[in-house]
Design a protein around this ligand. Structure first.
Ligand SMILES: Nc1ncnc2c1ncn2[C@@H]1O[C@H](COP(=O)(O)OP(=O)(O)OP(=O)(O)O)[C@@H](O)[C@H]1O
Ligand SMILES: [Mg+2]
Length: 264
C-alpha cells in the first residue's frame, strides 16, 4: 500500500493529482521558504517546482548560500515550507546525510548504524547482523568494532552513508557529503555511491556546489540561482553525452549565475 505524505506550507496550495504513471519519489509544487529577518521577510527559496522520479539520481547545484540545505531540510521534514506543497508518495521518511558526518564519535561504527536501526524499530537481536551487512555494503565491514574518532574522513562518510541506508527510507538526501574529502577519496566514494544507488534502486537528491561532481553523479542536474533560490536551468545526461563537454556548459551557466548575483 502506498501513502502520500503531504507537507503543505501556508498558504496551502492544492497538490497535483497523481495520474497514470508510477508516482514520483518526491514532488515539490511551487515551494517557497522565507525567514523573518528583523521584521522583514527574506525569501530563500522562491517558487520551486521539482520532481524526483523513482530510482532517479538528481543533483542540485548552486553557489554557497543559495538555499540547497534549506531545500533538503524541507524534503526531510526538518522544516516546513512557507508556501507550496511537498509530496513524498512512498510515505516513508527521507534519510538525510550531512556534509559533516554527524556520527557519535565515541561510539563504534557498528553502534552508530545500530542506533539508526533501533530508531527504525528493528529488533535488538537483528541489529548487529544488519549493521554488518550495511557496513559491508559501503566496504567497511572491518570497521564494525572501531570507534568513529579512530576512522579517516572518508571512512566516517562511509559510516554516515551506512547509517543513512539503515533508515531504509524511500529517498536519500545528501547534503554535500563529500565536500570535505580529498579528491582521490571523493572519486572512490563517487564510484561506491553510484554502485550502491544502481544496485538498490535508490532515489537520490544530491546537493553540491561542485560542477564536476554533479555532472559525474547526476542523471539530471538542476541549477539553483542565489537570493532567492530558483530553478534556473536543468540538464539531463544522455548516453553518449561527453562528461567534459557537459561540465563546461554547466560551469559556464553557474559562473553566469554567480556574476548576475554579484551585479545585484
Ligand atoms: N533558520 C534560518 N533562519 C534564517 N535564515 C536562514 C535559516 N536557515 C537558512 N537561512 C538562510 O538561508 C540562506 C540559505 O542557506 P542554506 O544553508 O540553505 O544555503 P546553502 O546553499 O546550503 O549554502 P552552503 O553551500 O554554504 O551550504 C542563507 O542566507 C541562510 O543564512
Ligand atoms: Mg548547505
Amino acid at each position: 500500500m502506498s501513502e502520500t505524505v503531504l507537507r503543505a506550507g501556508a498558504p496551502a496550495r492544492p497538490a497535483l493529482a497523481l495520474a497514470g504513471a508510477e508516482p514520483p519519489a518526491v514532488r515539490l509544487t511551487r515551494v517557497s521558504k522565507w525567514f523573518d529577518d528583523g521584521g522583514r521577510r527574506r525569501t530563500v527559496l522562491d517558487d520551486i517546482s521539482l520532481t524526483l522520479g523513482r530510482g532517479e539520481f538528481l543533483c542540485v547545484l548552486g553557489a554557497s548560500g543559495c538555499g540547497k540545505s534549506t531545500l533538503l531540510n524541507l524534503v526531510a521534514d526538518l522544516d516546513r515550507p512557507s508556501a507550496g506543497v511537498i509530496e513524498v508518495p512512498g510515505g516513508r521518511r527521507a534519510a538525510l546525510m550531512f556534509q559533516d558526518h554527524a556520527l557519535f564519535p565515541w561510539l563504534t561504527a557498528g553502534r552508530n548504524v545500530e542506533l539508526a536501526l533501533r530508531l527504525r524499530g528493528v529488533p535488538r537481536r537483528e541489529r548487529p547482523e544488519e549493521a554488518r551487512r550495511l557496513l559491508d555494503l559501503v566496504r567497511l565491514k572491518d570497521a564494525y568494532g572501531r570507534r568513529v574518532h579512530e576512522l579517516s574522513g572518508g571512512m566516517r562518510q562511509r559510516v554516515a552513508l551506512a547509517r543513512a541506508l539503515a533508515q531504509d527510507a524511500d529517498v536519500l538526501l545528501m547534503d554535500e557529503p563529500f565536500a570535505a574529502l580529498d579528491a582521490i577519496t571523493r572519486d572512490v566514494l563517487h564510484e561506491e555511491l553510484t554502485r550502491i544507488w544502481s544496485e538498490n534502486r535508490l532515489s537520490v537528491v544530491f546537493v553540491t556546489h561542485n560542477v564536476r561532481e554533479a555532472v559525474r553523479l547526476g542523471q539530471r542536474v538542476v541549477l539553483l540561482s542565489s537570493r532567492p533560490g530558483r530553478v534556473v536551468r536543468e540538464w539531463t545526461a544522455r548516453p553518449g553525452t561527453s562528461e567534459a563537454a557537459l561540465t563546461d556548459r554547466v560551469t559556464e551557466a553557474l559562473r553566469e549565475e554567480i556574476r548576475r548575483h554579484g551585479r545585484r
